[in-house]
Design a protein around this ligand. Structure first.
Ligand SMILES: [Fe+2]
Ligand SMILES: [Fe+2]
Length: 201
């Protein structure tokens, strides 16, 4: 399977995992309004799954590869939603959206025209999901900086481990680093200081 197509398989699986996590997250949203926004996100992610699946079918791609590299991040997210820990869950939601946006953006110019237009459509949604997460995180930030920092540090450690074990292709590696840095800047804007990935090694 070509690398560009292999990556579509991983996206599809990532979107599916996202749907599962968001459905659980919705059950302990602090307000009805926030729960509704999460429900809308679930619809978006389901649509993304369908879009990727359709592209894969059109391209006649057989999907069997698991997105092992990012498994740790989803496990961590699952842990947070299992505990119904809203602060940590929303913190990791923003990390996942940041990563999705950076990864899809990085694919622009590398896929066929039709896939590109699918990607552009998806990027707009991920941007909105990220903004939603940052807004919610900002609401609960005060007094919870330590939990937010904890998530950011754990994600960094997951990346470092994946890098060390050579489980990530170079392009994903660079995207992960970029996303982590962008997220650091985003957190700074809401008053949470976290160390960069270089400091984590
Ligand atoms: Fe998505
Ligand atoms: Fe999303």
């Amino acid at each position: 399977m070509a690398a560009a197509q292999h990556i579509l398989c991983e996206y599809q699986q990532a979107e599916e995992k996202g749907v599962g996590l968001l459905r659980q997250l919705k059950t302990f949203a602090p307000t009805e309004e926030v729960a509704e926004e999460i429900a809308e996100q679930v619809e978006d992610e389901l649509r993304h799954t369908r879009l990727f699946a359709e592209r894969l079918k059109d391209l006649d791609i057989d999907c069997e590869t698991l997105m092992e590299a990012l498994a740790g991040i989803y496990d961590l997210a699952q842990e947070c939603v299992d505990k119904k820990d809203w602060v940590r869950s929303i913190a990791i939601q923003t990390v996942i959206e940041e990563l999705a946006m950076a990864t899809f953006t990085n694919q622009l110019g590398k896929q066929d025209e039709e896939t590109e237009s699918v990607l552009r459509e998806i990027i707009v949604d991920e941007q909105r999901h990220l903004e939603f997460g940052m807004r919610e995180l900002n609401k609960v930030r005060q007094g919870n900086e330590e939990q937010i920092r904890d998530i950011h540090l754990k994600v960094g450690k997951i990346f470092i481990l994946a890098f060390a074990e050579n489980r990530l292709p170079q392009s994903i590696r660079n995207t992960a680093k970029k996303a982590h840095k962008m997220h650091q800047q985003r957190l700074r804007k809401i008053g949470v200081e976290v160390p960069g990935i270089a400091d984590l090694a």
